[in-house]
Write a protein that binds this ligand. Structure first.
Ligand code: SF4
Length: 472
């Protein structure tokens, strides 16, 4: 049986920024980061400023493992930025946990980043040639150092200067002694939003869910290419770079990453996922007795598939959400047990039935097979796999860990071969047209992991090696 080492594309990162002088900012940030936990479970961090000094706490683990009330009481202030991390570039060590905090000739600055610069290797080389020391393999450190070396009288001006050189995905929050900035790349790859706190002050967060958790009453997306300075009473917004034409909103935010309550490019993610399921039922019908989701991200799509097909929806799997990856992965025998540790079947809902199993994606092919095995061992009659996007054939270089070409099962095998590999009775993927119809836009989205057409120019050889290899 294939081993479990992560099937869905890995979550990217969650970022959060707060300026709220009347509030317990570090505690607010803790709750905001907890609402972004799904975007990264590997490390978490907070940098807080009291107007004079920046204090940082970050470590490997979930938000609730990294912070406790005692730790939060040591990082008090009015300004904060935070991060939940899943490694994209940079190895998965504490050294690469964010925010990055450095002292500069202009004072301290901290930065937290969701995304990936495709020209980071080139920028890194330039910094090294200027004699700038770098301590990690992360492109976020490259951005932080570039800010420290940029021209301008204020941080706002230095920021405007530095982002002209950045190519790729960056949804950023930046903390100085007395300011918090939110910045989004001109393609708008990954989400970033700002909201107003009821008692005064503002919050920036990857997803609307974090803003709602903190009680924000009004919010909007940070526009592609925009820099926003958070303040107590009003936001200062500046279009620092023209919006890319076309934009490159990440389709996978809608399919998998974002929580269903998020709004991305003006559209609610749950509604889109439900429509993905409806279109899948129209395009790929099958005679069956029950539609089950692979929890959690496929639940709305399975509801949509069931509604459109007339086949009843039911829960087939229970996912244990409390087993951290950290406990499974270091040990080989536990890793092999991964799926069984994480999922149980609800026998009563599936025994003797022909099952449609709806999932958001098949990336490496390591989880689908074990899930099918779980269903078969439980006594299911047939397993028909329905996937809410086209086959993933190309890696992502904009901040999502899809693996390399060699690791992507759809790059190596046909749909029929994948079906045999995962032991399904049938396998069908939603078409590109069906997916974009569900999203509600024809253009302006990145579909590179399906098509290989990247919205940004990649460095020579990058499609083969990726950022980390290219910097050795
Ligand atoms: S390549 Fe895929 S995962 Fe990466 S940004 Fe584009 S749509 Fe998103």
């Amino acid at each position: 049986m294939p081993v479990f080492n992560g099937e869905s594309p890995k979550e990217e990162c969650g970022v959060l920024g707060i300026f709220a002088p009347k509030e317990d900012v570090s505690r607010l940030a803790y709750f905001g980061l907890s609402a972004l936990q799904h975007r990264g479970q590997e490390a978490a961090g907070l940098a807080v400023s009291d107007g004079h000094q920046l204090r940082l706490h970050k470590d490997i683990g979930l938000v609730s493992q990294v912070f406790d009330p005692q730790t939060l009481s040591t990082i008090k202030g009015d300004f904060a930025i935070g991060h939940t991390r899943y490694s994209t570039t940079g190895s998965s060590s504490a050294r690469n946990a964010q925010p990055f905090l450095i002292d500069t000739r202009y004072g301290p600055i901290a930065l937290a980043h969701n995304g990936n610069l495709v020209n980071a290797a080139e920028l890194r080389q330039k910094l090294l040639e200027q004699g700038v020391g770098l301590s990690s393999t992360s492109d976020t450190e490259v951005m932080t150092m570039m800010l420290a070396c940029s021209n301008g009288d204020t941080w706002f001006e230095r920021l405007k200067d530095a982002i002209q050189h950045w190519v790729g995905a960056f949804s950023l929050v930046i903390l100085t002694r007395d300011q918090v900035f939110a910045v989004r790349d001109p393609w708008g790859f990954h989400p970033l939003n700002v909201g107003m706190l009821p008692g005064g002050g503002h919050v920036a967060a990857s997803e609307i869910g974090a803003l709602r958790t903190l009680g924000c009453e009004a919010y909007r997306e940070v526009f592609p290419g925009e820099i926003i300075a958070l303040s107590n009473t009003a936001l200062t917004a500046f279009q620092a770079l023209p919006v890319a034409e076309p934009t490159g909103y990440c389709t996978f935010e809608d399919i998998y990453f974002s929580r269903p309550d998020n709004i991305f490019d003006g559209r609610n993610v749950h509604t889109i996922r439900r429509r993905l399921g409806e279109n899948l039922a129209k395009e790929c019908p099958v005679d069956a007795d029950v539609v089950i989701p692979v929890p959690d991200s496929s639940i709305p799509a399975a509801i949509g598939y069931a509604a459109k097909s007339g086949i009843p929806y039911n829960d087939g799997f229970i996912k244990n959400r409390y087993i951290g990856r950290t406990f499974i992965e270091p040990n080989d025998s536990l890793r092999k047990l991964g799926i069984a540790l994480k999922y149980n079947v609800i026998l009563e809902n599936i025994v003797g039935k022909r099952v449609v199993m709806v999932d958001d994606s098949i990336v490496r092919g390591n989880t689908t097979g074990p899930l099918v095995q779980l269903l078969r061992s439980a006594g299911v009659k047939e397993v028909h796999l329905r996937i809410t996007c086209p086959p993933i054939k190309h890696p992502c270089f904009m901040g999502v860990d899809m693996g390399t070409y060699d690791e992507l099962i759809a790059h190596r095998y046909s749909v029929d071969e994948i079906c045999r590999y995962v032991d399904g009775d049938s396998l069908a993927y939603l078409s590109m047209e069906g997916m974009m119809d569900a999203i509600g836009r024809k253009n302006g989205y990145c579909n590179a992991c399906f098509t290989g057409k990247y919205p940004v120019p990649l460095a020579v050889g990058m499609t083969k090696t990726g950022f980390e290899d290219s910097i050795g």
